[in-house]
Design a protein. Structure first.
Length: 667
């Protein structure tokens, strides 16, 4: 038996010994693996010992058409590892038995995940497993075996296990969820009671999500209760708007019910929010800062002001005041939409020129400052839109989840989660800040499950992502948690990987290097590009060069096609000796009546012919109207076109290149 299989069996035994206590230990086991033996009739029917063992395992554990679950723990369950070790040792190359080893390991890991426990790696006592396992452990690096306290006889032919001297690695943070809200960096101050008789009352949620503390200078400030995760602090007195914005949109370490409460509060203020309870209009126009005691008026001032108001109030002034409030509210929202939807920097509205422009249009309207837009209007509108989207998706069925990771220009990582309806409407549900977290499959599942539970798991039918290790594993784990959700691979990513492998073949690698070298010179030399664009417009070539990007599939194909399309413009600037243009020493590829130019044209045609079916299929599959059946349809089209291309005389390819293309396409 090879060392890898031995290592897998050893790990399975560890998992079975330490199964979670949520699984029962029955008085009478239904597994009975300590007395396991395949039926002789089944061995005869299947024609092999491994076939009989497979049939017997199906009787004990059930069919593997769907992922099975372990129903109990104890000695009979642990003996399953011995059964697999014994029969895999007899039939080491049998695919069915190796598949049983993999499936049982997955079932054990799922038992830990359902119990909410981490997989535990134990130090095993020698008496807990047989000598075969000891020999297995000898072949596995970094394996520790605890010897019994008193040994009367030395174990025969068992070499001592070397202790690992490698320093254990620290565990990276993989979740937003905190075990404690304590943060030793801050000296917590006492929370003062709100004893005000009037004015804006302190929102109870602020006490839950923030705590006062004293900084190094003894000055009072406020921190997020999850500051050990988000490192967020504010000045004192704390700002209601800023704290709620942080709780609703930024800090994932806060409990979900607090985040939902903050989101609902902000959505009520948004223009599209569905307010559950009405608040006085005066509350929205008061100061956004909490805990500033309201100034009490003297009795004389109150009586004087009330009498003067009663004398001056008229029906016309009441309408005028209401109209001014409506104008302010509507204009603020329209201005916010203008700034956000057009991508204009918010600081533009702070300029004197913009204020003068608004004054000409309406002298009674004063535009808000950029801080009001970014910290109040945008978060309120975002909360309202978020609530509307979730409410709409709760009425839909057959929803599809998709997620992907990325990073900003400031090198901050994030994960985006989208939900697509059956009518191809796509909604961005979450844009999670993944900074300072390890992007493991468990982290991704945690974020995705938050979206699923918010909408309702019964509304979803499928999930898709690219095929990197963590995202592929996250799809598998999500499908294990929710078996009714289809695990869908991203066909565009897989086809792009085919092109990447074909592009590494020697016959195409030479062409691709030339393409990249030409485009690098063209995009770095403004002199060459300006003359090139002039000649291109003179020759009525509408589209110019296309540079392959990191986020575009089949970029090399589109770059090669763009050079092929613009060959007349290249020839025009190269043939003009007065321009003295040098394209990285490759001018001969564009000279008229040059044999090198003809060969380069043939190379571009070769690349376009081979890469074209994949690239055009990717372009079609990226359509929002694509269905799962279209993936198979386009794959048949690719295979048909590649087969016709390799059998015909359209392009000349080496036999080895043809064989590799067939291998990559059928992989």
């Amino acid at each position: 038996m090879d060392p890898d299989t031995l290592k897998k069996i050893y790990r399975l035994r560890q998992l079975l010994i330490a199964l979670p206590h949520t699984l029962p230990i029955p008085e009478i086991s239904t597994y009975c693996f300590t007395s396991f033996a395949p039926d002789a009739d089944w061995i005869e029917d299947t024609g092999s010992t491994a076939g009989g063992v497979n049939r017997q395992l199906e009787v004990h554990l059930g069919s593997r058409v769907k992922d099975f679950k372990l129903k109990e723990r104890g000695p009979e369950t642990i003996a399953l590892a011995d059964v697999l070790e014994h029969w895999i040792g007899i039939c080491p190359d049998d695919v069915l038995l190796l598949k049983w080893l993999e499936d049982v390991t997955i079932a054990a890991e799922n038992a830990y995940m359902e119990a909410g426990e981490e997989v535990r790696v134990l130090k095993l006592h020698v008496s807990e497993f047989n000598l075969t396992c000891v020999a297995c452990a000898e072949q596995i690096p970094n394996t520790e075996i605890e010897q019994p306290a008193s040994v009367t006889e030395e174990p025969p032919t068992v070499a001592p296990i070397k202790q690992s001297t490698t320093k254990p690695k620290g565990k990276k943070a993989q979740s937003h969820i905190l075990l404690s809200f304590a943060d030793p960096r801050y000296q917590t101050d006492e929370e003062s009671e709100d004893e005000r008789s009037g004015g804006v009352k302190l929102l109870p949620l602020l006490k839950k999500t923030s705590k006062p503390y004293l900084d190094s200078d003894g000055k009072k400030r406020a921190r997020c209760i999850a500051s050990s995760h988000c490192n967020k602090t504010w000045a004192w007195p704390r700002s209601r708007q800023r704290l709620l914005d942080h709780a609703a949109h930024e800090c994932k370490a806060l409990p979900q019910e607090w985040r939902s409460e903050a989101l609902e509060y902000l959505s009520e203020k948004g223009a599209n929010g569905r307010a559950k309870k009405s608040r006085p209009v005066e509350e929205d126009v008061k100061s956004d800062v909490e805990e500033v005691p309201s100034r009490k008026k003297s009795k004389m001032d109150v009586s004087g002001s009330s009498s003067s108001v009663s004398k001056q109030t008229t029906l016309g002034s009441s309408f005028a005041e209401k109209g001014a409030q409506t104008l302010k509210k509507d204009a603020h929202r329209k201005l916010m939409l203008f700034v956000t939807c057009t991508g204009i920097p918010p600081r533009v509205i702070d300029s004197p020129e913009f204020n003068a422009f608004c004054g000409v249009l309406n002298s009674k309207y004063t535009p808000p400052c950029s801080t009001t837009i970014t910290e109040t209007l945008v978060p309120d509108e975002a909360a309202a839109i978020n609530m509307d989207i979730v409410g709409f998706l709760r009425t839909q069925r057959d929803l599809t989840l998709s997620w992907d990771g990325g990073k900003t220009r400031r090198q901050k990582s994030f994960y985006s989660i989208h939900v697509i309806t059956a009518l191809r409407q796509c909604f961005l549900l979450d844009l999670d800040d993944a900074s300072m977290l390890s992007h493991t499959a468990d982290y991704i599942v945690e974020q995705v499950m938050g979206v699923v539970l918010k909408i309702g798991a019964e509304r979803f039918s499928g999930a898709s992502s690219d095929d990197t290790g963590n995202t592929r594993s996250s799809r598998r784990k999500l499908a294990t948690k929710l078996p009714f959700i289809l695990n869908l691979q991203d066909a565009c990513h897989l086809l792009s990987l085919c092109l990447t492998q074909i592009g590494k073949l020697p016959e195409f690698a030479i062409i691709i290097r030339k393409i990249k070298k030409i485009l690098k010179l063209m995009y770095n030399s403004t002199y060459t590009m300006e003359h090139f664009n002039y000649q291109r417009t003179q020759l009525n070539i509408s589209r110019g060069l296309e540079k392959p990007g990191k986020t575009r599939f089949a970029g090399v194909f589109w770059a090669g096609v763009s050079i092929q399309r613009c060959l007349p413009a290249f020839s025009a600037i190269i043939d003009d000796d007065d321009l003295e243009i040098d394209i990285s020493g490759m001018n001969n590829l564009f000279e008229s009546r040059s044999s090198a130019a003809l060969l380069f044209q043939a190379d571009l045609a070769k690349l376009a012919a081979v890469f074209g079916p994949y690239a055009r299929a990717i372009q079609c599959l990226e359509s929002p109207h694509t269905t799962c059946s279209d993936v198979y349809l386009y794959w048949l089209a690719i295979v048909s076109q590649i087969s016709h291309l390799l059998k015909g005389n359209t392009v000349e390819l080496e036999d080895e290149t043809k064989a590799r293309i067939r291998e990559i396409t059928n992989m």
